[in-house]
Design a protein around this ligand. Structure first.
Ligand SMILES: NC(=O)c1ccc[n+]([C@@H]2O[C@H](COP(=O)([O-])OP(=O)(O)OC[C@H]3O[C@@H](n4cnc5c(N)ncnc54)[C@H](OP(=O)(O)O)[C@@H]3O)[C@@H](O)[C@H]2O)c1
Length: 254
């Protein structure tokens, strides 16, 4: 059972807000972080658990340090870290403004790693900690999306596996949660609503299912949780180069 002070990045919408709803009453304190403070405050009003809201753009270098200093200055130590904030990001082959690319890398990889680096040692000393790094099934195999997103999530998965192994026996569990397509604001923010609306409904999961499976998997000490029956079934197939090659041939891309 997750307990103590829970830090959730990207809690103003989607999966982050759902983490807060499912941990409400189990956590003793929430620290909710995002850029849209009004959304965080509106969520806080619906929760029984005491909440600290922090406005922070996590795509800026220095932001993880600043966030940890704010948390420490308020006298909190983090028991549960949920690195959830994320965006779809630019196509690597169409980037014209490299500051956008740098912001993306910071948000999706450096901030995740730095928060792990700054917060896990304290959890280990106290003998209890839970870390969920929200990755994606997109990080499990290459696609033809001219890749920023999948490779960034592949890093988060590798990092979580490594940290989970490194903290074994210390009371700290680190899990990469890999959702497939999930109903949140993500596709709207990325300008992908046309693609979303033309895709079959059976590939989409709700946020509640994803978070429930992630929380259970982390409690069980799993390094990787693939969420959704469909994606658990597809994962080994899509990780096989033979099957992927066949699929690409059928799709006319092989
Ligand atoms: N939805 C899917 O199909 C899907 C599938 C696989 C993985 N995921 C992953 O799930 C995680 C959550 O996404 P979601 O689907 O819940 O999307 P969402 O509804 O768009 O929520 C994204 C959250 O990230 C925050 N965020 C974005 N940029 C930020 C920044 N620069 N600094 C701080 N916070 C920032 C947003 O808050 P503000 O805008 O208020 O800052 C928001 O709270 C992401 O890591 C995403 O890659 C999503």
């Amino acid at each position: 059972m997750m307990k103590g002070t829970v830090l959730i990045t990207g809690a103003s919408a989607g999966l982050g807000a759902e983490f807060a709803r499912q941990l409400d009453g189990k956590a003793t304190h929430f620290i909710l972080v995002a850029r849209r403070v009004d959304k965080l405050e509106a969520l806080a009003e619906t929760l029984k658990t005491p909440v600290t809201v922090i406005e922070q753009d996590l795509s800026k270098p220095g932001s993880p340090e600043q966030l940890c200093q704010t948390i420490a200055s308020q006298g909190h130590s983090v028991d549960v870290l949920i690195n959830n904030a994320g965006i779809a990001g630019p196509n690597l082959l169409e980037v014209s403004d490299f500051s956008t690319q740098r912001d993306f890398e910071q948000l999706m990889m450096r901030t995740v790693a730095e928060l792990c680096s700054r917060l896990i040692p304290g959890m280990r000393e106290r003998g209890y900690g839970r870390v969920i790094n929200v990755a994606s099934v997109a990080g499990r195999f290459p696609s033809s999306d001219s890749g920023n997103y999948g490779p960034a999530k592949a890093y988060v998965i590798a990092l979580s596996e490594e940290l989970n192994m490194g903290t074994r026996g210390s009371g700290v569990n680190v899990t990469a949660l890999c959702p497939g397509f999930t109903h949140t604001e993500f596709h709207e923010v990325a300008g992908l609503m046309e693609a979303k609306n033309s895709s079959p409904s059976w590939i989409w999961y709700d946020a509640a299912t994803v978070i429930r499976e992630g929380l259970i998997g982390c409690e069980r000490g799993r390094s990787i949780v693939i969420s959704g029956r469909l994606y658990r079934w597809l994962d080994p197939l899509l990780r096989s180069t033979l099957f992927r090659g066949l699929l690409l041939k059928i799709a006319g891309r092989g």
